[in-house]
Each structure stands twice: as structure tokens, then as C-alpha cells.
Design a protein around this ligand. Structure first.
Ligand code: NGQ
Ligand code: ZN
Length: 448
């Protein structure tokens, strides 16, 4: 049995000093003790990352120039993204996913929900194993040790009017029966990963016919994730086709509850916020990507006031930083409201609320038995370096605030379901995976 000792730790009941956490051979926490002196560092429950498209990491930095049309937008970015993914082979996807998962672990995430839609060959035909690409994501997780919730994406049409998939979307499209086969093979690919989960993701209201979407809750017993209400043009498209705004339509037609995670929600009215929050559906927020794509600002204050649950996703993976995601979320509210410490509560600082609530929300969204340092839970743990003078002698909440807002105290160690994969700030197999990733980028540059 391994025992981790920390100078301070965030337990479900609050901050504790001189904590020892014993890990069981099953990847779960066996015992938590306090008053065990001699430890160093700040020990926290490590959150999951609830939304990722791994392959998009390889186009980071390639979409920041002005395009030929003069006005760049989410939709021009989307065209570049479709063009980019056309070149990717299964080997490329595995190498990119390993790099991404390694960076996530080094950033403090113990697990990831991979919203995975790049299923088929460039011409749209299935690989010999219809879940070949899912198997590559699983292989990367086996190598990096990240906890994986795999969400194969159902994608069937080019828009709400039922138009056919466009050229850039051929690799995503799957009929409902073929999708069931793909899910079976995906489950096989996850078998070597003891704490993996399988859910599914209807891509968006745009990509699935309504009658199919209403059947989705019967197609798996795992978590259900869907993009919803991210862009104004999407709101208009759904309103024109279905006579309701996206969140409104979802509230009236889907059995929304804690199994669901709705990604973005940057275009949500006050009334929709008040109705959606109490359903228990998790708001999947991706503050860095939402800023990068010009999506708009999620109404986090309204969501909080109505008791809503949220978690953080790195989505396009243009920058993988848990601390910066949390900071960006709070700053978006401050800039909108011209106020400070907006998400703080009477007895919890801003950083504490952001970190603690995002950790619990992600555990629900990933269907993962994690989110707190307590016996029986998966040992998803992150140790921050607490030696910075901005942290060292301060109360626990202030240490989290310094990490998130002052950018001090990096991730020192990380355990995912007890796997000690980040040590002294680096993933234990960083060199191998970084070299393969560099190779992959070189190959992609040589491809026209
Ligand atoms: C995606 N990404 O599936 O990767 C989407 C873009 C779409 C974000 N929404 C494509 N951030 O929404 O159709
Ligand atoms: Zn997404």
C-alpha cells in the first residue's frame, strides 16, 4: 500500500493539516488520517476534464491569422478544423491524444471525457474495426494512465433541416444501427482500462434528427453529453427549424437530469437558466476555448444562484491549463459585471468555489466515482507545490486563490485512480510521447 503525506489537504469537510492518504491496490482511497506530520505540499482531489476533442490540439496556433474573407469567426475556424482533420490517420490520432492526455495530467486533471467524433476513413467508410479511432484514444489512455470516459459521438446530418453531411463531415457520420456496432467495439477497446467509462454524445441539435435524439437515452446507460447553445447562428437555426431556442427545445423534449452534460450554454436566457439548473444536468464550460472562438459568456452567476452544477473542459485544447480555465471563468463574469470575487460565497473564496465545484461537477459528468478525498473514492489526487511565498504560510482558500489567480504553485504530483503518473511536475513517459508528437506534427506539415 502507498501512503501519501501532505502538509495540508482539502477534504470533504474542509481543510485539514498533516494528512496521510493510503491508496488501495484497487485504485481507491483506503484510508485518510490527519495529524501525521512530516508531509509537504497541498493535496487536492484532482478533477476530471469534462470536454475534449484531442485531435484539435495539433492545430493550436494555426488558426489565429486573418482568413481570406476578412472576418474570422467560429464558422471560419470550423472550416479550417474540418480541413485539418481530413489528413489524420489512426497513428496520428493516437500520438496526438497521448500528448494531450499527458498535458492534461501535468495540468492537474486526473481524467478526461473524450467527445470523440472522428470515426471513419477520409471517404467516410468504416475502418476494419469500426471503433478503430476509439481504440486509439483508449490506447493513448493506457499509455498515459489518464482516467478515460469515452463518448463516441452520434452525428448524422449537416444541419437542423436534415441536409446531408458536407465534405468536411464525412468522417463523423454513422447510421443508428452502425453506431450500436461501433459502441460494442468501443466497449471492447476500453476493457484493459479498469476505471474507464463508456457513454455517448449526440453531437448537437444540428447534427441529429429530433426523432433519433429522443431515443439516445436508451442507447447507453453511461453519461450523455451534447453541445448546446454556443453560437447565435445555431440559436437562429434551431429556432427556425423547431420553433424554439436550443435550451428551450431541450428542456421540453429531452429527459434532462444528472446523466446529461450540456456543453457551452453561452447563449442561454435568464428563464432558460432558471429552468435548466435544477434538472441536475452539468454545464460543461470550456472558458479558454469559448474565449478563443468568440462564443460569448456563460451566465455563471445566474447558474450558481439557481443551484446549477458545472465542470471544466479543455475542448479544442488550444491551451491546456486547469488553473487558467478557472481564472478565465471568473474573469469573464467580472468583466461583464464590472465586479470582483463574483463566484465567491460567504464561507468559501473564489478559488475554493471554482475548484471544489468544478471537481464535483466533472465527477458527475464523467460518471466517475471521484471528486473528493474520502475512503472508497477513486484515488484521483493532485499535489501542488506549496513552497511559493505567496502560498506557504497562508490559509487553504488563499492557497487555491494564489494558484488560480497569481499563477504560482504548479502541479508537483498527480495520481489517477492511484496511478502515480506525474512526478516532480513531469509525466513519467513525457519524453517518448513528446518525441512522437513532434514527429506527427512534422508529418502533418509535409502533407498538402
Ligand atoms: C466540434 N467545437 O465539434 O469540435 C465543435 C465545432 C460544430 C465547438 N463547438 C463543430 N467548440 O459545433 O459543429
Ligand atoms: Zn466540443
Amino acid at each position: 500500500m502507498t501512503t501519501i503525506t501532505a502538509r495540508r489537504a482539502l477534504l470533504p469537510q474542509g481543510w485539514a493539516e498533516n494528512v496521510a492518504v493510503t491508496l488501495g491496490a484497487d485504485g481507491r482511497i483506503a484510508k485518510v488520517e490527519t495529524g501525521v506530520a512530516g508531509g509537504a505540499g497541498l493535496l487536492l482531489p484532482a478533477p476530471g476534464n469534462l470536454h475534449s476533442h484531442a485531435f484539435q490540439r495539433a492545430m493550436a496556433g494555426l488558426t489565429e491569422a486573418r482568413g481570406p474573407g476578412g472576418r474570422d469567426s467560429f464558422w471560419t475556424w470550423r472550416r479550417l478544423m474540418f480541413h485539418f482533420l481530413d489528413r489524420l490517420t489512426p497513428d496520428h490520432v493516437e500520438a496526438i491524444a497521448a500528448q494531450v492526455q499527458m498535458e492534461m495530467l501535468e495540468a492537474g486533471y486526473a481524467a478526461v471525457a473524450e467527445f470523440h467524433y472522428l470515426h471513419h476513413r477520409p471517404d467516410g467508410t468504416a475502418y476494419d474495426n469500426p471503433a478503430e479511432m476509439s481504440a486509439r484514444i483508449a490506447a493513448a489512455a493506457y499509455e498515459t494512465g489518464i482516467g478515460l470516459t469515452l463518448l463516441p459521438v452520434l452525428y448524422q446530418q449537416g444541419g437542423c433541416d436534415g441536409r446531408a453531411l458536407g465534405d468536411g463531415q464525412r468522417r463523423f457520420g454513422t447510421g443508428t444501427d452502425d453506431f450500436a456496432t461501433l459502441m460494442g467495439h468501443a466497449a471492447t477497446a476500453l476493457a484493459p482500462l479498469p476505471d474507464a467509462r463508456l457513454g455517448m454524445a449526440p453531437h448537437s441539435l444540428r447534427a441529429i434528427p429530433r426523432d433519433v435524439l429522443t431515443l439516445v437515452p436508451q442507447m447507453t446507460d453511461g453519461p450523455l453529453h451534447m453541445h448546446l447553445a454556443e453560437q447565435q447562428a445555431e440559436v437562429e437555426e434551431v429556432r427556425t427549424a423547431y420553433g424554439a431556442r436550443p435550451v428551450e427545445w431541450a428542456l421540453d423534449n429531452l429527459p434532462l437530469d444528472g446523466r446529461w452534460c450540456l456543453i457551452h450554454l453561452t447563449r442561454m436566457t435568464d428563464d432558460e437558466t432558471a429552468r435548466l439548473a435544477p434538472t441536475g444536468a452539468v454545464a460543461g464550460l470550456c472558458p479558454i476555448t469559448e474565449a478563443n472562438l468568440g462564443d460569448g459568456i456563460f451566465n455563471a452567476t445566474g447558474w450558481q444562484a439557481h443551484g446549477g452544477t458545472f465542470g471544466i473542459g479543455s475542448d479544442s485544447n488550444v491551451l491546456i491549463s486547469l488553473a487558467q480555465e478557472l481564472r478565465q471563468l471568473e474573469y469573464s463574469q467580472r468583466l461583464r459585471d464590472r465586479a470582483r470575487a463574483v463566484l465567491a460565497e460567504d464561507d468559501r473564496s473564489t478559488g475554493r468555489v471554482l475548484f471544489e465545484d468544478a471537481t464535483k461537477g466533472a465527477a458527475r459528468a464523467l460518471g466517475r466515482d471521484a471528486g473528493g478525498i474520502a475512503p472508497g473514492m477513486l484515488a484521483d489526487l493532485v499535489m501542488l507545490d506549496d513552497r511559493s511565498p505567496d502560498m506557504a504560510h497562508r490559509p487553504g482558500d488563499t492557497m487555491l486563490d494564489a494558484w488560480i489567480f497569481a499563477g504560482v504553485g504548479g502541479v508537483r504530483d498527480l495520481w489517477s485512480a492511484g496511478r502515480h503518473v506525474v512526478r516532480d511536475g513531469h509525466h513519467i513517459a513525457r519524453e517518448t510521447m513528446a518525441a512522437r508528437y513532434a514527429d506527427t506534427l512534422r508529418q502533418l506539415e509535409d502533407t498538402p
